[in-house]
Design a protein around this ligand. Structure first.
Ligand code: NAG
Ligand code: NAG
Ligand code: NAG
Ligand code: NAG
Ligand code: NAG
Ligand code: NAG
Ligand code: NAG
Ligand code: NAG
Ligand code: CU
Length: 520
């Protein structure tokens, strides 16, 4: 069985957090994307994807070498540096297939440039093409802030405090075969396991040693939780310890103490956990929900966990119960506040987006339209003169906005029970009404780039200050693939004035379009 492996060669030395202010650095990363066996839940062997670590103010230059050869898998690819905003001039390198670029053909290379990075916090990278990232093309991307206004809240923040959560399908039905299965039934294949830092177990599988995170009594740890799943919702809880949430999706928050966090696909949080309990072993509980377990008897949410081990404690499993949801005092998104309050500007344009599934089918509609990726990427069309909605096929679900306006999206209460983690490229939105409350807060709402439109509905606002097409899609990649996506196109004329792609970008579409279907 083959999966994707991303081997990243990092040519610039990593900066570590808490260091003295360092001058801005250009990080050059070479990412060789190859097919190779791996098995985080013991099905074949263990792995961990390399993190990219940079400082605020640095630039990131990532060269993707597409060396995919396995004919049973999708062989083209593309890279999304998820959550990092691209400026308009660098927009052609932001990685959304069929929105800002054509995919990278097998054997070809492409270089993505982003920066200087003005954000700080937890991000991640993944393939944005089809459901390819579930096969393993995903990893963390941390932007440390050498002048972090919250640095006084923690003592330790390093590579060992990154906690990656993900779902995993390990049987022979890899994404290219699972996708047709999904398309035929409308039922998302249920994952076999879920992993914490690349380790997981499944019913009847081997007792792969749990991932261990070691702490020293008395110290405060900034854990960076990243949900890299393609479907599952993971709940994170530290046995015997509370946690203080200080950041979500790259936005600093007023510290907020809680006991458990539900994380949807693509969401990221930083939490501070103080090692203030007796020296011992404790569970990091990470149970997940992701479809009907009866559809895959391998799945067991109790087996999604890791160990928090105090230095000096024996190397044994914790003796406490393996807890699963519900946990008391779980995080309510609507209780979060930004570190620096910022009012959401009044809306200039209001739109209602209604999300509906076609019963029994793998078809999701936004206002009755199921997104179909066009052959010609949105940005190519815009650069060639496309300016009005009539210039796009209805199935491109492209909304055109004037520059420098505030747009309000309302997602009405949804009668289907799926939580859709809606992800905006290019910028954050003000989440003025999260699913957890009916109260609209325009005074000090949090900003983030992924929020769940759940049963209770949400409202958000964003600015159209940056010209260009920005993808806005459900981060359950199965739903995205089934049409739950739109393109937000700001100021087509301004886009033409500012975006000047390079020759490497110009060559992507001719190369991709010339490929036989099986290589695309
Ligand atoms: C795993 O493979 C078996 C046999 O090919 C198939 O019946 C089953 O549906 C697969 N499981 C999932 C979750 O796709
Ligand atoms: C990640 O998000 C997915 C999709 O919303 C969710 O099903 C899964 O439980 C989440 N995982 C964690 C660890 O929060
Ligand atoms: C899931 O794993 C737990 C812990 O090993 C076990 O007690 C439980 O029986 C398992 N559940 C199923 C359905 O096998
Ligand atoms: C949009 O809706 C908000 C209330 O949600 C309202 O205050 C505002 O006036 C509306 N704007 C427009 C342009 O209709
Ligand atoms: C979607 O289509 C249905 C039936 O064709 C129609 O009743 C409904 O009004 C449409 N909804 C929207 C938002 O256009
Ligand atoms: C619009 O998209 C549909 C569905 O993908 C396709 O069948 C049709 O040919 C497209 N029309 C144009 C004008 O591109
Ligand atoms: C939008 O705002 C920016 C910054 O304030 C300004 O430079 C630009 O000219 C504005 N665009 C339009 C079309 O008004
Ligand atoms: C949304 O809110 C409803 C009603 O309170 C709740 O049942 C549902 O679990 C929530 N969904 C998410 C994704 O938080
Ligand atoms: Cu969805």
């Amino acid at each position: 069985m083959k999966q994707f492996v991303v081997s990243a060669v990092l040519l610039a030395a990593f900066q570590s957090a808490g260091a003295a202010v360092t001058p801005a650095v250009v990080h050059r990363v070479t990412m060789n994307v190859v097919n190779a066996p791996l098995a985080p839940d013991g099905f074949t062997r263990n792995t961990r994807v390399p993190p990219i670590l940079v400082n605020k103010g640095d630039s990131l230059v990532v060269t993707v070498n597409n060396r995919l050869t396995d004919p049973t898998m999708r062989r083209s690819t593309s890279l999304d540096l998820d959550g990092l905003f691209s400026t308009t001039p660098e927009l052609f390198q932001e990685g959304s297939p069929f929105v800002t670029q054509c995919p990278i053909a097998p054997g070809a290379s492409y270089t993505y440039t982003n920066g200087p990075i003005q954000q700080a916090g937890n991000f991640w990278y993944h393939s944005q093409l089809s459901v390819q990232y579930i096969d393993g093309f995903r990893g963390p991307l941390i932007v440390y802030d050498p002048e972090d206004p919250q640095a006084h809240l923690y003592d330790v923040d390093d590579i060992n405090t990154i906690i990656q959560l993900g779902d995993w399908w390990h049987n022979t039905t890899l994404s290219p075969t699972m996708l047709p299965q999904y398309e035929a039934t409308g039922i998302i294949p249920v994952s076999d396991s879920s992993t914490v830092n690349g380790v997981g177990r499944y019913n009847g599988g081997p007792a792969v040693p749990w991932a261990v995170i070691t702490v020293v009594k008395g110290k405060r740890y900034r854990f960076r939780l990243i949900n890299e799943s393609a479907r599952n919702i993971v709940t994170v809880n530290f046995e015997g310890h509370s946690m203080t949430v200080i950041e979500a999706d790259g936005e600093a928050l007023t510290p907020h103490t809680t006991n458990a966090i539900d994380m949807l696909a693509g969401q990221r949080y930083s939490v501070v956990v103080t090692a203030n309990q007796p020296v011992s072993n404790y569970w990091i509980n990470a149970p997940f929900v992701g479809g009907n377990p009866a559809n895959n008897l391998n799945q067991n949410a109790t087996l999604s966990r890791a160990i928090l081990r105090y230095a000096g404690a024996p190397a044994v499993d914790p003796t406490g119960p393996m807890e699963i949801t519900p946990f008391p005092n779980s995080l309510v998104e609507g209780d979060l506040r930004p570190l620096v309050a910022q009012a959401a500007p009044p809306a200039d344009v209001n739109m209602t987006l209604d999300l509906e599934v076609v019963a029994g089918k793998a078809i999701w509609n936004v206002n009755n339209v199921s997104y179909v990726a066009p052959k010609t990427p949105t940005l190519v069309k815009v650069l060639n003169g496309a300016s009005t909605e009539a210039d796009f096929n209805v199935t491109e679900n492209t909304f055109i906005f004037p520059p420098n306006k505030t747009i309000q999206f309302t997602f009405p209460p949804n009668d289907d029970d799926d939580a859709h983690p809606l992800h905006m490229h290019g910028q954050n939105f003000w989440l003025i009404k999260p699913n957890s409350t009916d109260v609209v807060n325009t005074v000090n709402p949090i900003k983030r780039d992924i929020a769940a439109a759940g049963a209770n509905g949400i409202q958000l606002r964003f600015r159209t200050d940056k010209p260009g097409p920005f993808f806005f899609h459900c981060h359950i990649f199965w739903h995205y693939q089934a049409g739950l996506a739109t393109v937000l196109l700001n100021d087509p004329a301004g886009t033409r004035a500012q975006v000047h792609p390079n020759a490497e970008w110009e060559s992507l579409c001719p190369a991709y379009n010339a490929l036989p279907a099986e290589l695309q």
